[in-house]
Ligand binder design. Structure first.
Ligand SMILES: NC(=O)c1ccc[n+]([C@@H]2O[C@H](COP(=O)([O-])OP(=O)(O)OC[C@H]3O[C@@H](n4cnc5c(N)ncnc54)[C@H](O)[C@@H]3O)[C@@H](O)[C@H]2O)c1
Length: 449
């Protein structure tokens, strides 16, 4: 929405949320304190906020004034009831549809921006049609406009999208939305489909992307077993124009709020529509991802003489990927939980993630300081990499922050207890430098390591 406001100064954009603290943070005068860390977002918000971009909790008033409403609320995996663990929880989307049905005036175009199961638009339409039958002379159309941005590169993705997808059956409404994007997106990149294809395309895109990560991670494990190097294999297959070079980096598996949730949702829908084989196929992508994370924690324990109980381990990176402060489904969560379960003391460093967030993810309060770590199964936030590493038996690199690519392994190695290990789950450290410092090295997908 900030990018739309930035690119279309003549359009008034109001972002509303029920969460007062979040809205306050979006209105913070200090742009470095916006609730989402995303490179370039502060500049975009800085240009548009107060001009044609407002952040507010006045939900009903803003809907009443709007010609177009984007529903962009969370759609997490259901935790209980029918479809628990797989289906998307649509309670927030339904609540929004009901609020729009109540508060809208005149003709309103309702845009599904959240990622939704196929045929959700039908439910939204039914709620809005019921509202249309009252005597207030209102009317609604529903469009699907899924968001393909990736966290960490969101601003670039939005400013120069590969494509914008608009699904719907009302040509006038589709044109109205296409016109907004047309302010900066070339017409040939604005794709039009029916509602159901649009909804399904988003789930399919995420399923294909996640599948590539699981595929390369399965080959990484095979490389480790056979003496091959997954980076060489990735280069060799990625130069095949039919395969392409992207999304072939082996690592600790995918994270983020979307991939797992969207695949499980697809799995649930396939079972629902009587396609169990298709469901099993996609479910295995998630199973492989979970396995990869447990595999990494298991091999850390194995290399450290079969026990990490009471041992200090430094964890570099907690965000699910670089350039974001998002930790939802981060591989670090599962790996750290496994190691805490094994009794390790973890000193965790991340340039953007707060210790409050990590405590929530690990469901264990932080110790006050890395110096105070003692006993088993506890963790503390390290303000610096040196603080994380001092006295550690191993360093685990779990997020590919740029800074972790150029660490001085000689100096860090001197702070560690020997024999010491580096477990590089992102393959970002220079292997020669690590080995020259007398440290043992495990790199994902490296059969020579
Ligand atoms: N994060 C991503 O990179 C990304 C990318 C593409 C698509 N999506 C999809 O976008 C949707 C939102 O994702 P997110 O990461 O921004 O989620 P989020 O949980 O960070 O944000 C959702 C916001 O909606 C607010 N909200 C909930 N119910 C509301 C209501 N009835 N009225 C007003 N506000 C309400 C919440 O307070 C919260 O601030 C999801 O469907 C997700 O799958 C996310």
């Amino acid at each position: 929405m900030a990018v739309i406001a930035d690119r279309c100064p003549e359009i008034e954009v109001t972002v509303v949320d029920l969460n007062q603290a979040r809205i306050d943070a979006w209105n913070d005068a200090d742009l470095s304190r916006l609730p989402v860390y995303e490179p370039g977002l502060d500049a975009v918000v800085g240009r548009a906020r107060g001009r044609n971009l407002q952040f507010s909790t006045a939900v009903e008033e803003s809907i009443a004034a709007a010609d177009m409403v984007f529903i962009s609320v969370n759609t997490p995996t259901k935790t209980k009831g029918l479809g628990a663990g797989q289906a998307s929880d649509l309670r927030w989307v339904e609540a929004c549809a009901r609020t729009v049905a109540e508060a809208a005036t005149g003709h309103t175009i309702v845009v599904e921006k959240s990622t939704l199961p196929v045929r959700t638009a039908a439910a939204i339409q039914t709620i809005l049609e019921a509202a249309q039958r009252d005597d207030r002379g209102r009317s609604f159309t529903v469009l699907s406009n899924p968001e393909f941005l990736a966290e960490g590169t969101a601003i670039g993705d939005l400013e120069a999208p590969d494509r914008v997808l608009i699904g719907g059956d009302d040509a006038g409404s589709i044109d109205a939305l296409a016109q907004i994007y047309g302010n900066w997106v070339p017409a040939e990149r604005i794709l039009r489909t029916n509602l159901w294809s649009s909804e399904l395309s988003k789930l399919t895109a995420n399923a294909f992307l996640a599948q590539r990560i699981s595929s390369i991670n399965s080959i990484a494990a095979f490389c480790e077993a056979t003496g091959a190097d997954v980076r060489e294999v990735a280069r060799a297959i990625g130069t095949d124009s039919r395969i392409g070079p992207k999304f072939l980096q082996a690592g600790p598996g995918f994270g983020g709020s979307c991939f797992q949730k969207d695949i499980l949702n697809l799995v649930y829908l396939c079972r629902h529509f009587g396609l169990p084989e298709v469901a099993d196929y996609w479910e295995s992508v998630v199973a492989l991802n979970t396995w990869q994370q447990h595999r990494i924690s298991r091999l850390v324990v194995e290399k450290l003489f079969g026990t990490v109980t009471g041992k200090r381990l430094a964890v570099l990176g907690f965000a699910f990927k670089a350039d974001t402060n998002d930790t939802r489904e981060a591989p670090a969560i599962r790996i750290c939980r496994d190691l805490l379960e094994e009794g390790a003391q973890l000193a965790i460093h991340d340039p953007k993630v707060s210790s409050t967030q990590i405590a929530r993810d690990l469901q264990i309060e932080a110790s006050p300081h890395t110096d105070a770590l003692s006993g088993t199964g506890n963790w503390a936030m390290a303000d610096t990499i040196e603080q994380a590493v001092v006295g550690a038996d191993a360093v685990l690199i779990l997020t590919e922050w740029t800074h972790y690519r150029s660490l001085n392994w000689q100096a860090l190695g001197d702070l560690m207890r020997r024999p010491a290990w580096v477990f590089d789950a992102r393959a970002v450290a220079d292997p020669q430098q690590v080995k020259a410092s007398g440290l043992n090295l495990w790199r994902v997908g490296d059969g020579e390591g």
